[in-house]
Design a protein around this ligand. Structure first.
Ligand code: SAH
Length: 255
């Protein structure tokens, strides 16, 4: 059995309880060494075989998984954050399907959640934005043309941009081109939840200059939108005049 496990954003105690239990039971761990906190590997049992996938090809990863499977072992494929985002798990799952090897996925806390926590922010404050766009600039991996940054920026919604910290001038240009105002609140969150975590806030027009000044060119998320501003409105959820499935309007004193 292979289990794709979300390691969480960095802090070793931000893996799920299920993920930690799987790691402790694993006979083999293949971890994404470029971003996963190696401290998590301390939970592995003695004799657990450990591979760093940053130094491996897909074929080598699959060969390791197959050898573990042949011995009847449990292989944990440890991906940073949540495996469903930019984790390249799909190609591994397709290959496992072809090989007839069973697998499961254990979700994780994505770095975009850890970034919101670092920022003390809610991505979806009423009247500001009710949508979160998660995207990236094209790098060595292409992005479908219809998903270009200016077209997303035109919505003015909350946005989190992955894998783009090395291209901040281009990112700033495209976000402005799409229609975010130059003063739109923006934040760079570097290594969210790690001891080295750093948060830099600036107006969108200063994004590239801020990144250059602080030397940020990798391992960061860029968060953009009015959700980072002061504007706020009460939600309906806790409004005394608004009924929900759990609470009748005007029933403040009842349990
Ligand atoms: N599956 C991961 C994302 C992998 S892509 C997740 O759910 O978070 C790798 C990119 O994610 C990095 O280039 C960076 O943009 C972002 N990232 C991952 N961990 C991060 C962290 N702790 N702080 C800030 N950005 C992070």
């Amino acid at each position: 059995m292979i289990v794709f496990v979300g390691a969480g954003p960095g802090a070793p105690d931000l893996i799920t309880v299920r993920g930690a239990e799987l790691l402790a039971r694993a006979d083999q761990v293949i971890y994404a060494g470029s971003l996963v906190n190696a401290e998590l590997l301390r939970n592995c049992k003695a004799g657990c075989e450990i591979f760093n996938s940053a130094k491996m090809t897909l074929e080598e990863v699959l060969a390791a998984m197959q050898s573990c499977e042949a011995k009847g072992g449990l292989c944990v494929r440890l991906h940073t954050g949540d495996p469903s985002l930019y984790g390249a798990i799909r190609e591994q799952m397709s290959a496992l399907d072809e090989l007839g090897i069973a697998y499961e996925i254990c979700p994780g806390v994505s770095s975009f959640s850890a970034a919101a926590a670092a920022l003390h922010a809610e991505y979806t404050p009423p009247a500001v934005s009710q949508s979160l766009i998660i995207t990236r600039l094209a790098g060595r991996t292409a992005v479908p043309e219809k998903e270009n940054i200016p077209s997303f920026a035109a919505h003015g919604a909350s946005m989190v941009i992955f894998l783009s910290a090395g291209q901040l001038p281009e990112l700033q240009r495209q976000l402005l081109e799409g229609g975010y105002a130059p003063e739109t609140p923006t934040a760079i969150v570097y290594k969210a939840s790690w001891p080295e975590e750093k948060v830099f806030r600036c107006p969108l027009s200063q994004l590239a200059a801020t990144g250059a000044r602080e030397g940020i060119d990798h391992f960061a998320l860029i968060c953009v939108g009015g959700f980072l501003g002061a504007e706020a409105e009460r939600s309906k959820l806790y409004d005394p005049d608004f009924s929900t499935a759990f609470r009748q309007a005007g029933s403040e004193k009842k349990g």
